[in-house]
Design a protein around this ligand. Sequence first.
Ligand code: ASN
Ligand code: ZN
Length: 321
Amino acid sequence: VAAAARRTLVADASARTVRVLPLPGSAPTPAAEGGRPHRTIHDCGRGTDLPGAKVRGEGEEATGDATVNRAYAGLGATFDLFLNAYGHDSIDGSGLPLTASVHYDENYGNAFWNGEQMVFGDGDDEIFLDFTLPVDVIGHELAHGFTQYSANLEYFSQSGALNESVSDVFGSLVKQYALGQSADRADWLIGEGLFHPNVQGTALRSMKAPGTAYDDDVLGKDPQPAHMDDYVRTGRDNGGVHINSGIPNHAFYLAATELGGNAWERAGQIWYDVMTGGTLTPEARFSEFAAATVAAARARYGDAEEIQAVVKAWSAVGVPT
Ligand code: ASN
Ligand code: ZN
């Protein structure tokens, strides 16, 4: 919600895994080396030292802590989407080990990617519950890592809102893929189930209807626009990155529902191709991203309904392609 945490957008090259070719005549590299997650969950014990004590490694059985197990499962669900839908091995495409720390700080109402790992707060028990509860929030945070290793969108203004939107897109797709939900069945909410019952709201954000996710005495009304006419100019939140993300979020929703079927397939593939295609600059604005989705749709699917769906979606939110 609030941009409390600062992520470093510099890729940590030392964290990349190096693929060693087998020597001639030696046994081939076991297939299990690639294409499976390498997860580690740590417990901060309500402190702020990262990563904290290791409590669950890859392949180890569930612990007695549901938060630890949800983080582990959510990392796995995110890994599964990127590998199975796009052939992308972990968030960097090269099998990057995935690390998460839970029980970060006391009454910490946020989760974040710090450039190297995931961090989850337990919530304050007044506004927010445990941030590992919604799997799309886990996917959202890990997708910040995906963006860091791909288009590296600068976390400010329109490129920052695109960075946020890409995390919502892939976060929602993690949930849709895990539940096997097609575009017309999905809730298109981010953080459903995260608010304390006190709060008047269903989720942090809605991609289907930006601006309607909550309307609460303390939090106020969901400030997200769904059209460029309502773009919010502000110096807060890195230029409204969590606010104006409603515009590209809604464009994705419109493209995915126009195409129908599973959103991670054609719409998700087009967005993935834009992020990994090497044509976006880190300072990309909405119109540049939109044009890149049209080019990606054409490159992958030819002159077909995918192009029309994408053009129509961006047009509906007031972004030229
Ligand atoms: N949960 C927020 C986000 O991922 C935290 C932050 O880094 N601003 O956007
Ligand atoms: Zn984010």
